[in-house]
Design a protein around this ligand. Structure first.
Ligand code: XMP
Length: 518
């Protein structure tokens, strides 16, 4: 059964907030999708959108290379919300005038409503509300058939709407999608519910039904394979595929000997015991450690691990016989990055997904999370019965502890790091910081330092603690962990982990540091 969801399309003109618009609309339980602004009119209409949002963007409508849309789109009778650049574009296309504002407006402004009907219904009790602006151009003259519905000190037309005629166009100079516009959510909801007439049907339980149906149709009676890492994306993708095709799915978990304490057991417990999913657990520790013997260069470590991972997976796929489909946990942000009109270069993508399997493997892909944001994936995971330990797991790099044991990777050094890592993990959880911190972990340094324990001189290893806050891993700041938490980590590591006599804390942000040390 395929459920049809009302949908809002967002045409992306390159704003850093485009994804936020999509998220806000989805939080209102209406399906929204981002398309590059270069999408053809035919394709846009084929999506049967109930409404369109024209995003902001860095260009000025008068730039030679300013991104445009076909003006005809404005006359299709579909409700349109133009935000910032989107507003200026509408003005420009319909014969109004946009000019550089004498004073650029960034940050908070007070919006005075001149019309508190439809779009602004319930938005401000008094006549004004704070909004967030970020623009250099402004509307000097509205196109014919438009009326100003709000202004600020610097923008006589901070919002406008079409009146009379068949057009249903609304435009905002400010950004309703950002948290600094406290009433923005209300404005977006007025647009999607009242103006576009969308119903709030986009929930993760409805998504399960849709996705399960689609996977079943796609797979038929064939066999499906999935490389499970235990991270949230691959776990949710596997659980969803399992719901759809049950025993036709085999998951492969490769224990490369570079996992954290108890990690392999946890994955087995969750997937094989709890979800009763076909799980092939390959213990390839010896092979990986042999491959890494005497290797100290970080990039070489990554390449060796990547190659061995693929070799193991290929061998397993062959063993399974005729596997046609591969499940992957690709998320919506990865997909959007590749469609943004600026092209993939707009975002720096993680350089190194070791889980990435070679394209020459002849599988057809099943990517059931392609339309979802990370927070939606978590809700979906919960819906599918995955435990919180999996749903809220902090990111863990594919090459595992090998890039946290600086210098040679041996089982002794891994064991030392594993114990230290477990302490960091326990203390972060104990302090109630696990979800707030992007990643917290230990690194074993390739040096020894002098210490004194009891009355004995020691000459032992150093552990660095790394804890960062981040939104997406692209940039990060070192976490201001409470001193008591750091103190407990340090004394526990020194007392409990044999071979370590010193603990240091990493105070570098990214950039210029990276999150991992190698
Ligand atoms: P860096 O160290 O580049 O890390 O600041 C950014 C994020 O990516 C993770 N990371 C990796 N993930 N394979 C992965 O799958 C890798 O080789 C790898 N290296 C780093 C890192 O943990 C952080 O979340």
């Amino acid at each position: 059964m395929e459920l049809w969801h009302d949908r809002i399309l967002i045409l992306d003109f390159g704003s850093q907030y485009t994804q936020l618009i999509a998220r806000r609309i989805r939080e209102a339980q209406v399906y929204s999708q981002i398309l590059p602004c270069t999408t053809s009119l035919t394709t846009i209409l084929a999506h049967r959108p109930k409404g369109l949002v024209l995003s902001g963007g860095p260009a000025s409508v008068y730039d030679k290379k300013a991104p445009k849309i076909q003006a005809q789109l404005l006359d299709e009778g579909i409700p349109i919300l133009g935000i910032c650049y989107g507003m200026q574009l509408v003005t420009n296309l319909l014969g109004g005038e946009v000019a550089r504002a004498s004073q650029r407006e960034y940050g908070r402004a007070d919006l005075i409503l001149d019309d508190a009907s439809d779009l602004f219904k319930g938005v401000a009790d008094g006549a004004s509300c704070p909004v967030w602006m970020s623009h250099g151009d402004r509307i000097e003259r509205m196109p014919k058939g438009f009326r100003a519905i709000a202004h600020t000190g610097n923008s006589p037309v901070a919002a406008m709407k079409s009146v009379g005629g068949a057009r249903r166009i609304y435009c905002l100079q400010f950004h309703p999608e950002v948290a600094h516009t406290p009433n923005g959510v209300k404005i977006l909801r007025n647009f999607v519910y009242d103006i576009c007439g969308c119903k709030p049907t986009w929930t993760m339980s409805s998504y399960v039904d849709t996705a399960v149906g689609q996977i079943r149709d796609q797979v038929g009676k064939d066999q499906v394979i999935c490389a499970l890492s235990g991270g949230v994306d691959s776990s949710v993708a596997a659980a969803l595929a399992h719901r759809a095709v049950g025993k036709q799915l085999t998951c492969v978990f490769i224990d490369n000997g570079l996992l954290r304490k108890g990690e392999g057991e946890q994955v087995q417990k969750t997937f094989a015991s709890h979800l009763k999913l076909n799980l092939r657990f390959l213990d390839s520790t010896a092979q990986f450690l042999a491959g890494l013997r005497n290797v100290t260069d970080p990039e070489r470590k990554r390449k060796i691990i990547g190659r061995l991972f693929i070799r193991n997976f290929e061998a397993e796929a062959k063993r399974q016989g005729t596997v046609k489909f591969l499940v992957q946990g690709t998320l919506y942000p990865d997909v959007i990055e590749s469609v943004s009109f600026k092209g993939p270069s707009a975002t720096i993508k993680t350089h190194h997904n070791v889980g990435g399997l070679p394209t020459k493997m002849k599988f057809r892909l099943i990517e059931p999370l392609r339309e979802l944001f990370k927070d939606e994936v978590r809700v979906l995971g919960k819906e599918l019965g995955l435990p919180d330990e999996i749903i809220w797991r902090q990111p863990f790099p594919g090459p595992g502890l090998a890039i946290r044991v600086l210098g040679p990777v041996t089982s002794e050094r891994l064991a030392m790091l594993r114990e230290a890592e477990a302490v960091v993990d326990q203390e972060i959880r104990q302090a109630g910081l696990y979800r707030e911190i992007w990643q917290a972990f230990a690194v074993l340094l390739p040096i020894k330092t002098v210490g004194v324990m009891g009355d004995q001189r020691t000459y032992e290893h150093v552990i660095a603690i790394r804890a960062v806050t981040s939104v997406d891993g692209m940039t990060a700041d070192w976490a201001k962990l409470p001193n008591e938490v750091l103190g407990r980590m340090s004394s526990r590591i020194i007392n409990e982990v044999r071979g370590v006599n010193r603990v240091v804390y990493d105070l570098s942000s990214k950039p210029p540091g990276t999150i991992e040390w190698e």
